[in-house]
Design a protein around this ligand. Structure first.
Ligand code: HEC
Length: 188
């Protein structure tokens, strides 16, 4: 008897689940925000996932003017349209994204853990629009971005402009051997 009740309950749950999906009850639109409990759960999953995967990564020294300059250049070319930069108006891309990309130069969105930031930039974040930059950039280039973002909180528009200068954009060569050689600079 008990087994039969269990089977009936399991079938009812499966039916409810199928109807929920089949009738399109869930609104996938980026304009419909998650419930607070869903957002809280996603944030917890993201934090734990990144923490467990980045805890053995050793950050190289990031206090280096050349790294900062190169990071600023790649940031201006590849990240600012989503994450904005000092003195920059919101962009069409940035206002439409959900979840919203954090604005790093504002104090409450600053970055504190270099290894976690490196892992996130290299691997991207599923279902958010945050790309995996490791597909096109060397570890060294990603550490340069980490160095720059770590310094971005409260940066003046003038300093940002000076760092970006004329603007230049670098990425990994097509040749995987070349990429391997450069990657030995990454400190792990
Ligand atoms: C197409 C838009 C887009 C671009 C371009 C983009 N990002 Fe993101 N990024 C996002 C979104 C959206 C999130 C927030 C994801 C979330 O809330 O889980 C994010 C999150 C992040 C985070 C995690 C922040 C945190 O709070 O832990 C880092 C670090 C980051 N991005 C760095 C970069 C860097 C560096 C670049 C350029 C190389 C870049 N992003 C380019 C959309 C973008």
């Amino acid at each position: 008897m008990k087994i039969k009740t269990g089977i009936v309950i399991a079938l009812l749950i499966a039916l409810a689940g199928s109807l929920f999906i089949g009738l399109g009850v869930f609104n996938i639109s980026a304009t419909e925000k998650h419930w607070p409990i869903t957002s809280g759960l996603i944030e917890l999953v993201r934090e734990r996932s990144i923490h467990m995967r980045s805890r053995d990564i050793k950050a190289p020294s990031l206090d280096n003017a050349e790294m900062l300059r190169k990071g600023a250049n790649n940031y201006a070319a590849m990240c600012a349209q989503c994450h904005l930069a000092p003195d920059m108006e919101p962009t069409e891309l940035n206002v439409g994204l959900y979840p919203q990309p954090p604005v790093f130069y504002e104090a409450d969105h600053s970055i504190h853990d270099p290894a976690a930031t490196f892992w996130t930039i290299k691997n991207g974040l599923k279902l958010t629009g945050m790309p995996a930059w490791g597909a096109s950039h060397t570890d060294q280039q990603i550490w340069e971005l980490v160095a720059f973002i770590s310094d971005l909180e409260g940066m003046s528009p003038q300093r940002y402009k000076d760092l970006v200068g004329e603007g230049e954009h670098s990425h990994a060569g097509e040749n995987t051997h070349e990429r391997d050689t450069i990657e030995h600079n990454d400190g792990h």
